[in-house]
Design a protein around this ligand. Sequence first.
Ligand code: FAD
Length: 415
Amino acid sequence: MTTTPPPSTPAPSGRPATYDLVVVGAGPAGATCARAAALAGLRVLLLDKARFPRAKPCAGALSCQALHQLDLPLPENLVEREFTGGRLWYKDRCIEAHKPYRAGVLVRRERFDAWLVEQAAAAGAEVRLGQAVRSVADNNGRVLARTAGDTLSGRFLVVAEGASGRLKTAVRPPDRPRDYTFCVCADIESPEAMGDVPMDIRFGIARAGYGWVFSRRGEVSIGIGEQGDRLTNPVALMHALLAANGFPATTRLVGHKIPMGGVPRRVAAGRILLAGDAAGFADAILGEGIAYALASGRLAGERLAAHLAGSDPEPPAAAYTAACQSSLGEELRQTLYLARCLRLAPDRLLAVILSDHEALSRYIDILAGKLSYKAFNRWMLRRLPLFLWRAIVGGGGGPRRRAGGVAPCTPTRRE
Ligand SMILES: Cc1cc2nc3c(=O)[nH]c(=O)nc-3n(C[C@H](O)[C@H](O)[C@H](O)COP(=O)(O)OP(=O)(O)OC[C@H]3O[C@@H](n4cnc5c(N)ncnc54)[C@H](O)[C@@H]3O)c2cc1C
């Protein structure tokens, strides 16, 4: 990280300096929140336990839906690769669909997240890296964040600590294993990484869960994910996926959680707001969370700024909860409905989806920001009689070539 803003000025008489807003966690949610609040004129402190650039387990797919949430254009040098569609496998069957337009880009999270923090600092937020917050408290009209050597005080606090931290318990109970997807993954340096398709998604690996192989420049992101209480022996599953793609079993693996969006959770209480993964905002199908982290971070920063400027008399916890419900809630619930259907009958549903290029083509439009999950689910419901018919007569045949930029893939495997 090149940006090193000055440390905060201590208040007279040894009392801690007071900020309008203290943000804990400088991932996409925290950095975006800090930027939005600082741009609106608030005195903001952004803290992270890591020093940036820092690694983050992530496949690095930034959909157009996510790109639309940025208030600045993404610098081209952060784009590892563009994608217009992808390849979907279910056991030994596969289909592929591409659009004539961009559906998103692949990035390296360490570089993307460091850029977001630089934008927060450029907007005027004070950034302190390498400082873990151990506890937070909402007391007597102010919030306190305690680190190993300091107590930081603010009028409001946003917890954007990601999926795994425990500070969020100041607002809600921790997630149960059935409330998140557990992933095991690896980033592997590979000179051949620019494979023919950037996004390759494998269903049928872990019950209703999935695997992915995303090819960036010189690097492959590979992993598996499944609902936390259903995943048995994830390391063995991951070794099988590695072997099927010619990677050694000695590859270093990391495990991480993604919250299942749509599970009802409290996202704010008193002077503390949760954003991003800490609030549980991620797509329950493929775990897309960056778009929701950017959106919720911005909403938190903007709602707090409006309140402190006197233009919104509603308590920020209520205003933020309502804003999240109206702009993110419905979509997240729709991802959860679809994920539940997948879990009820994964074999049947995936077999018929793989016999219908139109379904994949429409799904890509969700990533491209052209279709909502709600519209997609409605379309799927209307298509249900056809799907049922295909299931009864045996899956409706294999992948077929269709017009409109959609082409079948050859189901080949690297041994
Ligand atoms: C394996 C995997 C693959 C994924 N792939 C994709 C993908 O391709 N596309 C997509 O859109 N989403 C993907 N996601 C989801 C995405 O990574 C998250 O939704 C997103 O990172 C959430 O952003 P955030 O800012 O809420 O949290 P994070 O990005 O997790 O940031 C949290 C920050 O808080 C800091 N922190 C934590 N605790 C403390 C503390 N006590 N004190 C100070 N700092 C603290 C951490 O160091 C970290 O920098 C994936 C997730 C996983 C696990």
